[in-house]
Design a protein around this ligand. Structure first.
Ligand code: FAD
Length: 686
């Protein structure tokens, strides 16, 4: 890499450094600019003079300047080059505290002339803005270079995270890789975490009409991106530090990792429950949209295996939702026996003290599975009421969100972003951050009021619509056209309530709520249309069609079987009877060894008729050939020694050994059996 004389180094990259130096060393700035007004301006605008310098000293060591490649930036950008150059080499720079350990790696934009757009966060706001920018028509020399930075390698369609718990969707469908989504576009994706923002586009200093850079962004890897235009769309993260114990013991539900963790924990609890038949206790904290959707989904999954309790300080569920959605949700929660603890707040979460003192072998195994029993101390909101204790195996936290912006501002940096008390960047109606003509903010990172003065909600719907405007307004800003004011159009509210259940209240049809399977299908269709790219939409559409076809075929098959072939149920029932007789032998053996099994043995069968026969005392005409088996199994069920439960065919892994299966099921079962390609081949071919 060719070394370059410091005086020739591009200046635009150093504009933030320059400004920092200007505030911290205004005497130097005066000397070089030789304009008295600069000093007046510097001291008036930047009263805090000594805070930022150590940081910048670390970031831009003298040696790191020398290391910068010649291709970095362009001298045509930024009008303060002489000041930067001389400030960098001047003897006063020697007084900057320099660390040799940290090195700056500038991001090399492929083109020196075209505008540089940096998008921070690839969620609903960021990714959709990038795609919108791609879809617009640009004059040849104005088409911007766009880089999208996200800490994760996948875009997450958050409203469908619940479907991961029901097995309705696969991770690739709702969390595709950015690299796949952006493959046919000019957008560069960078997996990295944003650490520090240093804008230098304050109104009156370096606004849209000046050709200098808009600022820099420092990433965790040490990479520094200089941009002309910036989009802030970093979203928000769950806030758990409200009460003691929540960070340690409760699980949030906001990212793909969170959803996979919750799914994993539920699976482990189901395994323990399978052996011990103890009911699984899940507590959901919060009864806003997220809490209600989680309570409905988890209670459906745990049907017959556990209890879901949901806690809220409010006097009703979904305080801000339309009545139709609220009523539909209440109906579902009631039918699934979810216990609602309204007007309670959680004071503390801790491990159950009894747990460690009374461990038996299976509890130890449970602990090995990272399962622990928890206690929630809950307090009624009425004055003087006593604290109560609620036991749980799993606590799901859905209360509170905190935007990430405040963590990114360096202390002492002069051009602070205007951030609200909630930590969101204040924007004007064109989505430009107030006082920063080069920065736009969308989604959960931004705070904007509607014309009536009401704050827009932090939802995907808002972020999605803002992305459209942000893309357009960046286009307009680059092409010196007027910017458009954003107007939010509320299309209504949707919520999922289980595998085949949802509620939708569209805003454009007064008083109508679509519920149950119709609502579910409509919601899925609406989200399919909103998936980010055409290619992904088609792949997911095909996959969902294939899955529905499998489910339909399974349902039709079971109906036909019921009508046409009694012998099928008989054969399945015989299979159940054989299993029961084997387990009886084992239970007798344990009894003789003085280790009687205290709980019922669970037998799973995928034939509904066979399950029904095992519990139904009415003799059915179709069972004339298997009467003896019927009495044998029923007797064991009646004595509480055996429980026969239904398992859907989609989870009947043993089918892979006995029948031809559709490829999706086959792949699924094969994966469950851990049969995979070896992870790597060894050198030499062994
Ligand atoms: C479980 C769940 C269900 C929801 N359901 C609905 C719904 O049904 N309808 C609805 O309208 N809204 C729903 N929402 C809200 C909606 O998802 C958010 O409002 C929306 O995602 C906000 O979009 P965004 O672009 O601002 O942020 P996000 O979509 O959260 O994207 C932010 C991105 O920034 C990245 N990021 C964060 N910090 C950094 C960093 N330091 N460096 C690099 N990258 C970073 C993240 O990885 C993420 O990709 C739901 C939210 C959740 C959690």
């Amino acid at each position: 890499m060719a070394l370059q004389r410091v005086s020739e180094i591009t200046t635009s990259f150093y504009t933030p450094l320059l400004l920092d130096l200007a505030c911290n060393y205004r005497i130097i700035a005066m000397a070089h600019l030789n304009v008295a007004t600069s000093a007046i301006c510097a001291s008036a605008v930047f009263p805090r003079l000594n805070l930022g310098i150590v940081h910048w000293g670390k970031m831009f060591t003298c040696s790191s300047y020398a290391k910068l490649p010649s291709s970095f930036g362009s001298t045509s950008r930024g009008g303060l080059s002489s000041l930067i150059s001389s400030a960098s080499v001047g003897k006063n720079v020697g007084s900057i505290e320099v660390s040799q350990e940290e090195s700056v790696k500038p991001y090399l934009w492929p083109d020196k002339k075209r505008p540089r757009v940096c998008i921070l966060g690839g969620g609903f706001g960021g990714l959709y803005t990038a795609l919108r920018l791609e879809s617009l028509t640009w004059p040849e020399d104005k088409k911007p270079q766009v880089i999208l930075v996200d800490q994760s390698e996948r875009f997450v369609f958050k409203p469908m995270l619940y479907e991961l718990l029901t097995g309705e969707v696969d991770a690739w469908e709702i969390a595709p890789r950015f690299s796949d989504l952006l493959v046919n576009t000019g957008v560069q994706f960078l997996k990295d975490s944003v650490k520090v923002l240093r804008p230098c586009d304050h109104v009156g200093m370096n606004g849209p009409n000046i050709s200098g850079c808009g600022g820099t962004v420092q990433l965790q890897s040490g990479l520094v991106i200089e941009y002309d235009w910036l989009l802030l769309s970093l979203g928000a993260e769950p806030k758990l530090d409200f009460i003691p114990g929540a960070v340690e013991f409760a699980l949030p539900f906001s990212t793909l990792d969170d959803a996979l963790k919750v799914n994993d924990k539920l699976t482990k609890l189901e395994r323990v429950n399978f052996v011990k038949a103890n009911p699984i206790r899940v507590v959901v904290v919060g009864l806003g949209y997220s809490g209600v959707e989680l309570a409905a989904t988890v209670s459906e999954r745990l049907e017959g295996k556990g209890i879901v309790q949901a806690i809220s300080v409010d006097s009703s569920i979904l305080p801000t939702a339309p009545t139709g959605n609220k009523e539909a949700a209440l109906k579902v929660l009631k039918s699934r026996k979810v216990e609602l603890l309204l007007r309670y707040f959680v004071r503390r979460i801790r491990k159950s003290a009894d747990f460690t003192s009374s461990v038996d072998q299976s509890d130890v195994a449970a602990k090995g599975n990272n399962l622990e029993q928890l206690i929630l101390e809950v307090q009624p909101t009425e004055k003087g009421a006593k604290t109560q204790l609620v036991e749980a195996d799993l606590v799901l936290w859905t209360v509170g969100n905190k935007p990430l912006l405040p963590q990114l501002e360096p202390s002492g940096w002069p051009f602070e972003l205007p951030v609200t008390g909630r930590g969101q960047a204040e924007t004007d109606e064109t989505l430009q951050v107030k006082g920063h003509p080069r920065i736009f903010a969308v989604g959960d990172s931004s705070a904007l009021r509607d014309p009536k003065g009401k704050m827009l909600p932090a939802t995907a719907q808002v972020a999605f619509q803002q992305a459209d405007f942000a893309g357009w307004n960046i286009w307009a800003a680059i092409n010196n056209r007027p910017l458009l004011p954003f107007r939010f159009q509320n299309l209504g509210e949707m919520m999922v309530l289980g595998r085949n259940d949802a509620a939708i209240t569209p805003s454009f049809i007064e008083g109508v709520t679509l519920e149950g399977p119709i609502g579910h299908a409509a919601r899925k269709l609406a989200y399919l249309i909103r998936l980010p790219t055409n290619e992904h939409r088609v792949r997911v559409g095909m996959s969902w069609l294939a899955k529905s076809a499998i489910d339909c075929i399974a349902t039709v098959q079971s109906n036909i079987t019921k009508v046409v072939s009694d012998s099928y149920a008989e054969a399945e029932y015989r299979g159940v009877a054989n299993v029961v007789s084997e387990t009886c032998w084992l239970r007798d053996l344990l009894l003789e060894l003085q280790q009687p099994s205290p709980t019922a043995t669970l037998v799973y069968c995928d034939n509904v008729s066979a399950v029904y026969l095992s519990g139904n005392p009415v003799q059915h005409q179709r069972t004339k050939h298997i009467e003896l088996d019927i009495h044998f199994v029923r007797e064991k069920v009646a004595r509480g020694q055996v429980r026969v439960l239904h398992v859907p065919s989609r989870y009947q892994i043993a089918d892979i050994f006995t029948k031809g299966l559709p490829s999706i099921l086959f792949d699924d079962f094969r994966n469950s059996l851990n049969i995979r390609q070896p992870p790597a081949s060894i050198e030499g071919g062994y």
